[in-house]
Design a protein around this ligand. Structure first.
Ligand code: ZN
Length: 504
């Protein structure tokens, strides 16, 4: 068989697996936005079937034959060519997939779909005991998955690698330890600062329909194309891709709090820009896929925090915000508003945490889920262990599990290994933004005028269009010239919050 024909067949077969995955995305989006509660059991069966078909299609022995053929061909020689990248990454995904039995894949999909419904109810009723047996089952299934995939040092590595290719728990542990060591004194200094933001500003009446319009216009301003996407509401915001030309953002609104709706939208729009920035010519192949969750999160954090919580952004948007809610913010100045949206406080809920304390929430979860996977922590003991750690990290004890170990959807989704990618995203975002400022002089003046195209284009070229060409770490190094480190994020936080709180 001609090698080019073998490559084309490989791509066609791999794309089929991506089509099946995107069908799963449609089902998953609907499940988390509009599906009525009684649809859950049937939806779980649909999702399990699609997951099994996707797994069967990816583990088809024909893929293995084709891979062998093209790997020995000149197509694989130039390591940065689209062909070589696709061959390398399809090999990686194929090898992982053939190690995991189809029955296990199906069982994980079925269990986690049901468990998400159970988790939602458990959180609502503050009833961890109802969720505990499901968590136990999920941890067991994920351990089986880790054993099937294989690992050198820790079973956690096998799960982490699914989200952040090449990352290792030991390395992240060191990186996070450095970060924690520097964060704790900064959080302490801010807590003791005399200057405080005005607390009442963001908790006034913000009509949800107007929040929606303002959020949509901000997402459009940073470059999200609404002809190729939508914004809907959900309990736990996310962004999902159906295909090129159809990227779904979700957010949640609180009529008495401006922040979750607006910044949730900016955050998900940052993810959406990555997906819209992928090369459509390579859809369904690794060259047209996002490289990792950590890099994905860097894009959302960059727009949400580095840009969206900065003063220049609000020099443009604050008058528009005042107009959107007539009378609501007439007594508020720009400086007061910017300080209020950057309020730092030790608090219980990760998704509502500020930039400074946020990463402590992640480090806590990273430690806990490693213990779960190692078997050092039994699911029944999670609430006790959580509250102990929370006291050590934040000097607070959650009043109930809904504000503690039941707050996040991730474990019910089987997403063990997912949490650290949030902090990796924050670290990468700081490094990317430093580099963008260096490459694009006057960037902040753009923001003051409501112009974001230069930054978006820079991200499109440097990151989005690269697809899977490099490992996430290597991509970071290539874009910024610096290895991944906690320093750029710390410098950014110290400078910004030092000025706001009048410390340092
Ligand atoms: Zn995100």
């Amino acid at each position: 068989m001609d090698q080019r024909a073998a490559y084309d067949e490989l791509i066609r077969r791999f794309q089929e697996t991506r089509f099946l995955e995107s069908i799963g995305s449609v089902l998953g989006w609907d499940e988390r936005t509009y599906m009525p509660a009684k649809g859950a059991a049937h939806r779980a069966e649909q999702m399990a079937l699609v997951a099994r078909l996707g797994h069967e299609s990816l583990t088809n022995p024909r893929l293995g034959e084709l891979l062998k053929e093209v790997e020995a061909s000149p197509l694989a020689k130039n390591t940065e060519s689209a062909e070589a990248v696709n061959i390398r990454e399809i090999r990686r995904l194929y090898d992982i997939a053939v190690k995991v039995p189809g029955a296990l894949v199906e069982e994980i999909a079925r269990t986690t779909t049901r468990a998400q419904g159970v988790w939602q109810e458990a959180r609502k009723k503050n009833d961890f005991a109802a969720f505990a047996p499901w968590l136990d089952k999920i941890v067991g299934l994920k351990r089986q998955e880790a054993e099937a995939i294989g690992y050198k040092d820790s079973p956690y590595d096998a799960l982490l690698d699914l989200y952040e290719p090449g990352a290792k728990a030991a390395e992240i542990t060191r990186l996070f330890a450095d970060l924690r060591k520097d964060l704790v004194p900064l959080v302490g200094a801010i807590a003791e600062a005399k200057t405080k933001p005005r607390g009442d500003i963001l908790n006034r009446e913000f009509a949800v329909d107007r929040q929606h319009l303002l959020g949509q216009s901000a997402a459009a301003a940073i470059g999200f194309d609404f002809a190729a996407g939508r914004l809907d509401t959900t309990a736990h915001p996310f962004c999902t891709t159906f295909g090129p030309g159809d990227i779904r953002l979700t957010t949640r609104y609180n009529p008495r709090d401006f922040t979750p709706g607006f910044f949730g939208t900016l955050h998900e729009a940052g993810h959406g820009l990555y997906e819209q920035g992928l090369d459509p010519a390579h859809f369904g192949t690794p060259m047209g896929m996002a490289v990792s969750l950590g890099i994905h999160e860097s894009q959302s954090r960059l727009w949400e925090n580095q840009v969206g919580r900065g003063r220049p952004f609000w020099e443009h948007f604050f008058p528009r915000l005042q107009q959107s809610f007539p009378g609501t913010l007439d007594d508020v100045g720009l400086n007061d508003f910017v300080f209020a949206i950057n309020k730092v406080e030790r608090s219980y809920i990760r998704v509502e945490a500020d930039e400074v304390t946020y990463n402590l929430h992640i480090i806590l979860r990273f430690e806990m889920e490693q213990d779960l996977i190692r078997g050092n922590l039994k699911p029944n003991d999670v609430p006790r262990a959580w509250n102990e750690k929370f006291k050590a990290f934040f000097d607070l004890v959650p009043a109930n599990d809904a504000h503690g170990c039941l707050q996040d959807i991730h474990w019910s989704m089987g997403g063990l290994g997912y949490f650290p990618t949030y902090t990796l995203g924050n670290l990468y975002a700081a490094q990317f933004m430093d580099k963008a400022r260096e490459d694009l002089p006057g960037l902040e003046d753009d923001f003051r005028r409501g112009q974001f195209a230069r930054l978006k284009t820079w991200l499109n070229e440097k990151i989005h269009r690269q697809g899977h060409k490099h490992r996430p770490r290597d991509l970071g190094l290539k874009v910024t010239g610096q290895p991944l480190s906690h320093q750029p994020l710390m410098s950014y936080l110290r400078k910004k919050y030092g000025a706001l709180y009048g410390i340092g």
